[in-house]
Design a protein around this ligand. Structure first.
Ligand SMILES: *Cc1c(COP(=O)(O)O)cnc(C)c1O
Length: 386
């Protein structure tokens, strides 16, 4: 079971290439035939590692990669990624001048960005692709549905290629009532029609994130933008429940791609009543054996999990005791025989028949799986495994 690549590490992430491939194949089966798949790899691929994930996505044939920043475009270019990239976040004119090339599609919501892209296009002698971002009710990025055709015409007039029209849903993950999503879809259809009347047919129409791609075939259009579920996670309990209400138990078996391991740095005895860790917050009621793990909130293990979580060691659960520190936390291993320095603990993932999910950590920390994953420190070693 020990992989030699882990010998030099105290703490690492394993990213299952097979799980990513499985999840991509699952969306291929689920989506309307011919729907393109944009793999969202922003936030260091939801903590899984941009380079590691992009490689698997490209070899699995995804049509586009989605990022948030110019820095992520530069990183993908350095890796020599050969599929188009879509930037979904704000870009400064300087970033556009430095980082945008004709294979980068930009979600367009602003006339300042439009001008900077037009200038960049002229400098390159190319017509850069943009996707008009329509705010259909999320009230975040994008222009109002009534303004979309005007923005498209301005982009077209400035020498840009209007390659797409896009929107983003506000309220699929948080509810099993999808009336607001359907209202957004109605507004989106109107905006798509208006844009196409203005500039002709556009290549890419897209609205769906993971939740919509799982639940609504009518939101497929030409492409879907899948993030969290590419990594094997339901966007929320409500999304999973909506699926189950409609389809029963079968069909979608997402496979989580990430495991987080750390080696035990020390095992020691603490007397009953003696405090463990900063703030003296935890006092065992019996003589206790603790294992000290070289991981903490700086690595992305939330401090909110102080005395509120567990890890797996030798296939058994060991509760977190005391505060999570910056680079260290402690677990109770009294009931697990033979734990030794160097043993591998599982913070997220499976060990034997037991499994700890990102959702379990999120629930205990008062947050969502997205935040647990995306805040895994970029400094952790990430290793692709089968
Ligand atoms: C992050 C993001 C997505 C992916 O959302 P998931 O819920 O992770 O699938 C899709 N579209 C946009 C615009 C995003 O910012």
């Amino acid at each position: 079971m020990e992989d030699l690549r882990f010998n030099g590490l105290t703490n690492w992430l394993e990213v299952s290439g097979g799980a990513l491939e499985h999840n991509i194949a699952l969306f291929r089966r689920l989506l309307n035939p011919g729907t393109a798949l944009l793999a969202v790899v922003k936030a260091n691929a939801y903590g899984h590692g941009l380079e590691q994930v992009a490689g698997v996505c490209v070899s699995s044939g995804v049509e586009m990669l989605g990022v948030h920043t110019a820095g992520e475009v530069v990183a993908l270019r350095r890796m020599g990624v050969g599929v188009p990239i879509m930037v979904m976040g704000y870009l400064t004119p300087q970033q556009i001048a430095d980082a945008i090339d004709p294979e980068v599609h930009v979600l367009l919501s602003s006339y300042q960005v439009l001008e900077a892209l037009a200038a960049r296009g002229r400098a390159l002698g190319a017509s850069l692709p943009v996707h008009v971002k329509v705010d259909t009710g999320t009230h975040r990025q994008g222009v109002d549905p009534g303004e979309a055709a005007k923005l498209a015409a301005a982009a077209h007039g400035a020498g840009l290629t209007v390659a797409g029209v896009a929107t983003h849903f506000a309220n699929i993950e948080d509810t099993t009532d999808h009336s607001y999503a359907y209202l957004q879809l109605e507004r989106f259809r109107g905006a798509v029609t208006a844009v196409q009347e203005q500039v002709g047919r556009v290549r890419w129409v897209h609205a769906a994130c993971s939740a919509a791609a799982l639940l609504f075939r009518e939101a497929d259009f030409g492409m879907v933008r899948v993030g969290i579920s590419l990594y094997g996670h339901w966007p929320s309990k409500e999304t999973h429940l909506s699926w189950l209400l409609e389809h029963g138990r079968d069909g979608v078996k997402l496979e989580p791609a990430l495991s987080w391991r750390a080696r035990v740095g020390q095992v020691k005895k603490v007397e009953a009543g003696a405090p463990i860790g900063y703030g003296l917050t935890y006092r065992p009621t019996r003589t206790t054996l603790i294992a000290v793990l070289p991981v903490g909130y700086a690595e992305g293990y939330p401090r909110a999990l102080s005395s509120r979580s567990r890890v797996l060691l030798r296939g058994r659960a060991a509760p977190v005791v005391g505060r999570v520190c910056m680079n260290i936390f402690m677990v109770d291993v009294t009931d697990i025989p033979d734990v030794r320095d160097g043993d591998v603990a599982t913070l997220i993932g499976a060990d034997g028949d037991e499994r700890i999910t990102a959702e379990e950590l999120a629930e205990n920390a008062g947050t969502i799986n997205y935040e647990i994953l995306s805040r895994l420190s970029p400094t952790l070693s990430r290793v692709v495994v089968k």
